[in-house]
Design a protein around this ligand. Structure first.
Ligand code: AP5
Length: 211
C-alpha cells in the first residue's frame, strides 16, 4: 500500500495537531505543519520582501496569516522530502490551495468540525511541553507528571484577543478552501467535538476507508 497523503483541515483549536500526532504514529508518515515550522523561524528576517512586518513572528502574534511566499517555500521543501504525509496548517487560502496542486496530489482532505465556543475554550486552555512538543489542556488533558506540569507554557497567540482574530481570519480565508475540497470530492468531515480518543477512532476509520 502506498503511503497516504492526507490534508487535515479545521479551525484554530479544532484538534489538527492532536490528531496529526495519532495519524503519523499509526500510519508511519511525516507530519508537515506550517505552524510549528513558522514558530521555529519566528525571528527569520523577511524584510527583503518589503511587506507589512519584517518577521513571521509579528504576523503570528497578531493572529494574521504569514505571507504566502514565505509559507509556500516551507511546504514545497518539506513535501519534496516526504513520501506519505499529513499536512497540517496549509493551505489556508485559495492561493495556497492552488499552489499545493502544483506540488503534490492528495488522497483525502479531512475536516474536523468543532463549534466556535468550544474552539475558544480549547485554545485559551491549551498548554505545550517545550521539551517534547506534546499538547495538553488545563481541563481536558492535564499532564499526570508534576515535573511536566511545572514546565508547561502557553503559546503567544493563545490569548483571548488573538484567538478571536485568528478565528476571523479563518472564516474569511480558510472557509473557502474547505468548499474548494468539498467541490473537488476530496473532503471527509469528522465530528471533532467528541473526546480525543473517539475523534481518533473516527479519523482512523475515515482514512482507512479512503485509501
Ligand atoms: P497553527 O499553529 O497552524 O495554528 P492553528 O491552525 O490556529 O491551529 P492550532 O495549532 O491552534 O490548533 P489545532 O487544530 O492544531 O488544535 P490542537 O490539537 O492543538 O498556526 C499558527 C499561526 O501560524 C497562524 O495564525 C499564522 O499566523 C501562521 N500560519 C500557519 N500556517 C500558515 C499558512 N499556511 N499560511 C499563513 N500563515 C500560517 O488542540 C487545541 C487544544 O484542544 C489543545 O489543548 C488540545 O489538548 C485540546 N483538544 C484537542 N482535541 C480535543 C478534543 N477532541 N476534546 C477536547 N480537547 C481537545
Amino acid at each position: 500500500m502506498a503511503s497516504p497523503r492526507i490534508l487535515i483541515l479545521g479551525a484554530p483549536g479544532a484538534g489538527k495537531g492532536t490528531q496529526s500526532a495519532n495519524i503519523t504514529d499509526h500510519f508511519d508518515i511525516e507530519h508537515i505543519t506550517t505552524g510549528d515550522a513558522l514558530r521555529a523561524n519566528k525571528e527569520m528576517d523577511i524584510s527583503h520582501l518589503d511587506l507589512e512586518y519584517d518577521t513571521p513572528g509579528e504576523y503570528m502574534d497578531a493572529g494574521e496569516l504569514v505571507p504566502d511566499e514565505v509559507v509556500n517555500e516551507i511546504v514545497d521543501e518539506a513535501l519534496s522530502q516526504a513520501d506519505g504525509f499529513v499536512l497540517d496548517g496549509y493551505p489556508r487560502n485559495l492561493e495556497q490551495a492552488s499552489e499545493l496542486e502544483s506540488m503534490t496530489e492528495l488522497d483525502l482532505a479531512l475536516m474536523l468540525d468543532v463549534s466556535e465556543d468550544e474552539l475558544v475554550h480549547r485554545l485559551t486552555g491549551r498548554r505545550l511541553d517545550p521539551e517534547t512538543g506534546d499538547i495538553y489542556h488545563v481541563e481536558y488533558n492535564p499532564p499526570e507528571d508534576d515535573d511536566v506540569e511545572a514546565r508547561l507554557v502557553q503559546r503567544d497567540d493563545d490569548t483571548e484577543e488573538t484567538v478571536k482574530e485568528r478565528l476571523r481570519v479563518y472564516r474569511e480565508n480558510t472557509e473557502p478552501v474547505i468548499e474548494h475540497y468539498e467541490e473537488a470530492g476530496l473532503l471527509e468531515r469528522v465530528d471533532g467535538e467528541k473526546a480525543p480518543d473517539q475523534v481518533w477512532d473516527d479519523v482512523r476509520e475515515t482514512i482507512e476507508s479512503a485509501i
